[in-house]
Design a protein. Structure first.
Length: 127
């Protein structure tokens, strides 16, 4: 990590594709990398150490419904490759992900929440 502060876009604009198909991101795009999750192990005498278990990553976002895409094709699906490009230049990639949670479509706004999890969620940074 360099000692200088970055000046430029840090947040805001984002794009997302699902299996190469672009979707309009309405908001709330969030992600978490896959990797190990540590948990502290405590005994009655002392903190004894920690355990480490693998943890899935995720990408989730509020997306705009499309007339040419069936929501039922996403609901309960798997094998999704999802790529999110963030305003700060990072590229978040989900490989062979599976959709979790029930998709509810808000017809007044034409939006739905999409969440995909995977054991392969990577973050590519720019310099």
């Amino acid at each position: 990590m360099s000692g200088s502060l970055y000046r430029g876009p840090l947040a805001g604009v984002a794009s997302l594709t699902i299996n190469g198909v672009p979707f309009n991101v309405v908001g709330e795009l969030q992600w978490q990398p896959s990797g190990n999750q540590n948990e502290t192990l405590k005994g009655q005498t002392t903190v004894e150490g920690f355990s480490s278990m693998p943890n899935q990553g995720f990408i989730q976002a509020t997306l705009r419904d499309r007339r040419d895409m069936k929501i039922s094709d996403l609901q309960g699906g798997s094998g999704f490759d999802v790529v999110a490009t963030l305003a700060n230049g990072k590229i978040i990639t989900c490989v062979n992900g599976w959709q979790v949670e029930v998709i509810n479509v808000n017809t007044q706004e034409g939006t739905f929440e999409f969440r995909v999890e995977s054991d392969t969620m990577t973050e590519d940074t720019v310099s």
